[in-house]
Design a protein around this ligand. Structure first.
Ligand SMILES: [Zn+2]
Length: 454
C-alpha cells in the first residue's frame, strides 16, 4: 500500500484562503493530467508573538499572529509499476563541470546516494549517454528499490512518456512552491485573544454602557468595540490597565458570554440553522481571536448573548420594581418586616480618626426587598446577626428572612428609587427566643408620613 505524499507548511492565517484558492486552480491541472487532486488539510494552529509594525525588532506583548500548520496531501503519482519521486537535471557550471539539479515531488526526498550520480546512468537501457534529464522512480512493491531512467526510456520503462512525467512533476513542484510561498508572515493584522478582548468589552460596557456601531455613527460616541480595542492595544500600559480596570465580575461576565457562544453558535455545524450574521459570529467565536477586521462582530456577541440569556429581562424587571418601590414603616418606630429578600451585600471600609488614631471601620451594606417591591437599606457597622441554630448569618443574597429594625429615614436614591433606611436590624426569630411575648407587634405598613394608622 503506497503512502500518500505529504508536506507540512506553516501558513499565516491571512494566506490560508489564497493558498486554498491556488491549490484549487492547480487541481484543475491535476484533473487534466488524470491524477487525484491534492488536499490542504489544517492540522492545528500556532500563535506567535506579533511584531510591532513600527519597530520590527520588538514584539507586541499581548498581540499574536496566527499560523496554521497545514499538510498538503497528494496521492502518490504512479508511472506504471513505479512511483514518481523526482527528477535530476544536469546543469553546466562555469568551470566546465556539471552538477545535478534535483527536484522531488512534495513529501518525497531523493535518496542521498542518487543526488550526484553520473548523467550516464539509465537503469533501463544501461547505455552510456550524456543525458540532460533523468527521472527517479521507486518500485511500488519493493519500496527500497529506486530506479533512475533517462527521458528517452521512460515510455518503455513505465508506459508514460517524459513529457507527461515532466508535466506531472511540474504540477507537483508547483504545489510545493505555492504552499511554501505562502509561508512566512505577510500579515498586517495583529490578533488578540478573544477571551481577553471580551473581558475588555465587559469592563467597557460596565463603565460606559453598550454603544453599538450604529449608535456610534449616529451620536459620534466611541463604539464599545473601538474602546475595547484601543484598551487592549495599549501594550505598554496594558498590564497595569488590565489590573486596574478589568474586575473579576467582568471576567465572569465575559466567560458567560463566551460560554453562550460555544453552546449556541460554535456547536452548530449547519450554516442553514443560523442567520448570516450569526454564522459570522460563530466563525469569530470558534477562531478564538480578534483582529481589527472582526472586533465589531466580536463585541456584538455581548448584547446578543446577554439578551438571550435573559440578562436584560432581569435588568428590566429590576427597573420596573425600582419604579414601584414605596417607603414603608413609620419614621423612628421599631417595626417588623417579614419575608424580606436579601438582594445585595457588600462590605466597605472607611478610615476614621479616633483620639488621633486612625482606624478602619467596616460597614456592610445590606439591601433588601420587602413586599416584592419596596427597597430597604441597612448600613450595618457591627457583625451581621447570626442564626443561633446554624451559627451562620442568614443575611445572604437570595435568602428570605424576617427582621425587626428602626425606620431611620425615607430617601430617594439617585436612581429615583424610594428607599427605606433601617437601623439596629435584628432577626425576628432570635428576638422571639430571647425576649418572648411582647404585648403588641407591629407589622410595617405603607409609610404614612409619620402618622401611625395601625
Ligand atoms: Zn535508457
Amino acid at each position: 500500500m503506497a503512502q500518500n505524499t505529504k508536506d507540512f507548511y506553516t501558513i499565516p492565517e491571512e494566506n490560508l484562503e489564497k493558498l486554498e484558492a491556488d491549490i484549487a486552480k492547480l487541481n484543475k491541472r491535476a484533473l487534466k493530467l488524470g491524477v487525484d487532486p491534492v488536499e490542504v488539510k489544517i492540522l492545528d494552529t500556532e500563535r506567535k508573538p506579533a511584531k510591532d509594525p513600527r519597530n520590527p525588532n520588538r514584539n507586541l506583548p499581548n498581540a499574536f499572529d496566527l499560523y496554521y500548520h497545514v499538510e498538503v496531501i497528494g496521492q502518490p503519482i504512479k508511472l506504471g509499476d513505479y512511483q514518481f519521486i523526482g527528477t535530476l537535471e544536469r546543469m553546466n557550471v562555469e568551470d566546465g563541470q556539471t552538477i545535478n539539479l534535483t527536484k522531488s515531488v512534495p513529501g518525497e526526498e531523493l535518496p542521498v546516494e542518487l543526488r550526484d550520480i553520473s548523467p550516464e546512468r539509465c537503469d533501463h537501457c544501461h547505455l552510456d549517454r550524456n543525458r540532460k534529464k533523468s527521472f527517479v522512480l521507486r518500485n511500488n512493491a519493493d519500496t527500497s528499490e529506486y530506479k533512475v531512467v533517462g527521458s528517452n526510456c521512460l515510455r518503455d520503462f513505465t508506459g508514460h512518456d517524459a513529457e507527461y512525467a515532466t508535466k506531472l512533476a511540474e504540477y507537483m513542484f508547483r504545489v510545493g512552491q505555492v504552499a511554501g510561498g505562502y509561508e512566512g508572515n505577510l500579515s498586517g493584522y495583529v490578533k488578540y485573544d478573544l477571551t481577553e478582548f471580551m473581558e475588555a468589552v465587559a469592563a467597557i460596557v460596565r463603565l460606559h454602557k453598550w454603544v453599538g456601531r450604529g449608535k456610534a455613527k449616529e451620536t459620534g460616541e466611541t463604539s464599545t468595540a473601538i474602546r475595547a480595542w484601543s484598551y487592549i492595544e495599549r501594550s505598554d500600559e496594558y498590564a497595569d490597565y488590565k489590573k486596574n480596570i478589568v474586575t473579576q465580575e467582568d471576567k465572569d461576565r465575559a466567560a458567560k458570554v463566551l460560554e453562550w457562544g460555544e453552546n449556541n453558535l460554535v456547536s452548530i455545524t449547519d450554516p442553514k440553522e443560523l442567520s448570516e450574521y450569526r454564522w459570522n459570529l460563530r466563525t469569530i467565536a470558534s477562531s478564538g481571536f480578534v483582529d481589527i477586521r472582526t472586533i465589531g462582530y466580536a463585541a456584538s456577541l455581548f448584547p446578543v448573548a446577554e439578551k438571550e440569556m435573559g440578562f436584560y429581562d432581569k435588568m428590566k424587571q429590576n427597573q420596573v420594581r425600582t419604579a414601584k418601590s414605596e417607603f414603608v414603616g413609620t419614621l423612628q418606630e421599631r417595626e417588623e418586616f417579614k419575608d424580606v429578600e436579601v438582594v445585595f451585600i457588600k462590605e466597605y471600609f472607611n478610615t476614621y480618626k479616633f483620639n488621633g488614631k486612625e482606624e478602619d471601620v467596616k460597614t456592610t451594606y445590606v439591601r433588601m426587598i420587602y413586599n416584592d417591591q419596596d427597597s430597604l437599606l441597612w448600613k450595618c457597622t457591627t457583625e451581621l446577626p447570626i442564626d443561633l441554630k446554624t451559627g451562620e448569618t442568614p443575611f445572604v443574597k437570595g435568602n428570605k428572612i424576617d427582621i425587626k429594625g428602626t425606620v431611620k429615614k425615607h430617601e430617594v436614591t439617585k436612581y429615583g428609587e424610594k428607599q427605606t433606611v433601617l437601623q439596629r436590624v435584628a432577626l425576628l426569630q432570635e428576638l422571639e427566643q430571647t425576649a418572648p411575648a411582647k404585648k403588641t407587634k407591629k407589622t410595617a405598613v405603607k409609610a404614612t408620613g409619620g402618622i401611625d394608622l395601625s
